[in-house]
Unconditional design. Structure first.
Length: 229
């Protein structure tokens, strides 16, 4: 089987998706070099086109970045080369990309990083902007968080299908590296922190993937049940 995820030699194929939830620390805790393969970050590329600045990136530049990222993904899948990308998970486009990678023999690893609450996310974005990073209005942060949480449900549904490995990180603590709180391999739970952050139930509390249900499945050493929808 051709793999991806953690790098295990030259025969390994890897398609990783790292999801940054509008925060200041994630880029330093999860730099592109961390993945050990070719990496594309849309915000970094947009800033490059914007004379090195993350501030005031016009829509005309954003319009250029999307197709470039898509070509990066298509080329790597076609060539069978390991790669990683970053997404806010506010749209469903990433699922089609992961499906293509999966069908091409890649092992897909998804890393999801989030902060505790909406107010915290807004504050992190404001702080990042002050430090020269890319900004976003409160409405933008709220919209991305809402859509990201809705799509996180689909990420869980895809476990064992197009997504092979999933890691959840909590980035609520300031000036501290994101903390791994849960890991999944297919429908199996390989790690679960003693205490799970509140945002998991904010996103999934109404579903079969609520913190209580995941804890029960983990304690019983069972697999997550298949999606009910």
């Amino acid at each position: 089987m051709k793999k991806a995820g953690a790098c295990h030699g030259h025969s390994t194929r890897r398609a990783q998706v790292s999801r940054n939830h509008l925060q200041t620390q994630a880029s330093s805790a999860f730099p592109g070099s961390r993945f050990g393969c070719d990496y594309f970050n849309a915000d970094d590329f947009a800033a490059h086109l914007n004379n090195g600045s993350y501030l005031g990136i016009p829509k005309s530049i954003r319009a250029i970045v999307g197709p470039v990222c898509e070509k990066f993904i298509q080329d790597h899948i076609a060539d069978g080369r390991d790669f990683a990308t970053e997404t806010t998970l506010h749209s469903s486009a990433v699922f089609e990309q992961m499906e293509r990678a999966h069908l091409a023999g890649f092992q897909v690893r998804f890393t999801y990083i989030c902060v505790g609450g909406l107010d915290m996310a807004i504050d992190r974005v404001a702080g990042r902007s002050i430090l020269g990073g890319h900004s976003g209005s409160e409405d933008t942060v709220r919209d991305i968080r809402t859509k990201s949480f809705a799509n996180l449900l689909r990420v869980f549904d895809e476990l064992g299908k197009t997504i092979d490995l999933l890691d959840l990180y909590d980035n609520s603590a300031f000036a501290t590296p994101p903390k791994l709180v849960a890991s999944f391999s297919g429908r199996g739970i390989t790690f679960l922190a003693p205490q799970l952050p509140s945002w998991i139930d904010e996103a999934l509390g109404h579903t079969q993937y609520s913190a209580a249900n995941v804890r029960r499945v983990f304690s019983q050493k069972k697999l997550l049940s298949l999606p009910r929808r």
